[in-house]
Design a protein around this ligand. Structure first.
Ligand SMILES: Cc1cc2nc3c(=O)[nH]c(=O)nc-3n(C[C@H](O)[C@H](O)[C@H](O)COP(=O)(O)OP(=O)(O)OC[C@H]3O[C@@H](n4cnc5c(N)ncnc54)[C@H](O)[C@@H]3O)c2cc1C
Length: 393
């Protein structure tokens, strides 16, 4: 494959943030290269693979090639074993994806629009010409290479080497890193049309256990916890205990570990000639730890603004900040409210969690939405209820 020596936009990382940015930049006329350090797009998968229908269908029609399971609701389990099902509103309509194939699909769409993609390309440094950011250095199949561009996009996941190399403070507070581990379990029996969430300080301190079905007999079963609440036990120990109790005869087909940045968007996600997108910019929903819906939006905005910058020949931070502003308007301000919510939600004692599920059981099924869940959980904090009303209603 012949790469050019210069592109309008070079994207580091082929996850959903990178491929969406590339797709939208190319669709709007920019020349784009994606560099991916792994040997294959979409692998390894570090995700429970859940997404709301609303989040997905804003951009793509679901395709049976990469949908593992259609979801019609979420079942929440209190520490005392009581449960309720939320199946109205956004939670009532979703999917469990095959992320490996979904990530490859977005890259394929980008490629169809002219994007070049190179795997096994590990970006390790930035190139500056007279202090102006003008490209990246990378290792490809043991060879040192470099490529020049007017815009470098750091879509390189939670560690974001690109952000750090550019001098952006990407430090995460301990309480804003949620270590997650997950098994792909088989030989189980599930209500496959529901996602399942288990809460409780003995089960998952500061987080929850998720069971996301891929058919009736298979599921991503994982856990996210707050390390500062974990009483010396790690996430895997909590998850193993849960599986022993709930799926004692299951077999594991895969195990993954990763970290979710459940923070707010970084104060700075652009600089002259630079944009950060996705986990690199901290754009995950801090309550659910779900990144996909938000990141599809962020990538579409970043790519569109990058192409506009190319047309205007203006790669200044002042111009690229248009992406940051639009992101805050569309999702970032919601994320701020979700961050406050996270701080309340994961502080509940088991008794309070039992009480919340009890109260939700009293709400008619057709009215039980995510908004109702959050509103019930923070009913004693009127200012937060008001903020929730603003973003949900
Ligand atoms: C255990 C777990 C479960 C999750 N479950 C869900 C879920 O159910 N639903 C949901 O919406 N979200 C979930 N998330 C979050 C979601 O997976 C992320 O928000 C999302 O993958 C972030 O996309 P991204 O493109 O920003 O980064 P990534 O998907 O991490 O992609 C970054 C890419 O950059 C590449 N890269 C990194 N450094 C370099 C480099 N130096 N050079 C070249 N390439 C590089 C990486 O190889 C990778 O391919 C989960 C996360 C975890 C850890």
């Amino acid at each position: 494959m012949n790469l050019k020596a210069f592109y309008d936009v070079v994207v580091v990382g082929s996850g959903p943030a990178g491929s969406m940015t590339a797709l939208f930049a190319a669709k709007n006329g920019a020349s784009v290269l994606i560099l991916e350090r792994d040997r294959e797009v979409g692998i390894p998968v570090r995700c429970a693979e859940g997404i709301s229908a609303r989040g997905l269908e804003k951009f793509f029609q679901p395709d049976e090639r990469w949908i593992a399971q259609k979801i019609d609701g979420a079942k929440l389990y209190a520490p005392n074993g009581e449960s309720c099902i939320i199946n109205a509103g956004a939670v009532g309509d979703g999917y469990v994806l095959e992320r490996r194939l979904f990530d490859a699909f977005i890259c394929e769409e980008a490629a169809k629009n002219g994007v070049d993609i190179l795997t096994k390309a590990n970006v390790h440094d930035l190139v500056f010409d007279s202090s102006k950011l003008s490209g990246v250095k990378f290792t490809h199949l043991s060879k040192e290479k470099q490529v020049k561009a007017n815009i470098i996009v750091g879509a390189d996941g939670p560690e974001s080497r690109i952000g750090k190399l550019a001098g952006i403070d990407t430090t995460l507070k301990l309480e804003d890193i949620e270590p997650g581990v997950q098994y792909l379990l088989t030989d189980i029996d599930l209500e496959a049309e529901l996602t399942h969430f288990y809460f409780g300080n003995e089960i998952a301190p500061g987080g929850y256990v998720w069971v996301f079905p891929k058919g009736r007999n298979m599921a991503n079963v994982g856990i996210g916890i707050r390390p500062d609440r974990s009483n010396g036990k790690n996430a895997q120990q909590y998850l193993d205990g849960f599986i022993e109790k709930n799926f004692p005869d299951s077999k594991s087909l895969a195990f993954i570990a990763g970290a979710v940045p459940t923070a707010q968007t970084l104060p700075e996600i652009t600089r002259d000639n630079l944009m950060l997108v996705g986990d690199a910019a901290r754009q995950v929903n801090p309550v659910t730890g779900g990144g996909l819906s938000n990141i599809l939006v962020a990538g579409s905005i970043a790519g569109t603004v990058a192409a506009e910058a190319v047309k205007k020949d203006d790669f200044s931070n002042k111009f690229l900040k248009k992406y940051h502003k639009q992101w805050m308007k569309e999702k970032g301000n919601h994320q701020k409210v979700h961050y406050k919510l996270k701080q309340v939600f994961f502080d509940f004692s088991d008794d309070e969690l039992n009480e919340i599920v009890g109260l939700l059981q009293g709400i008619p099924q057709e009215k039980l939405t995510l908004f109702q869940l959050f509103k019930t959980a923070v009913r004693n904090k009127p200012s937060l209820v008001k903020e929730l009303i603003k973003i949900y209603l």
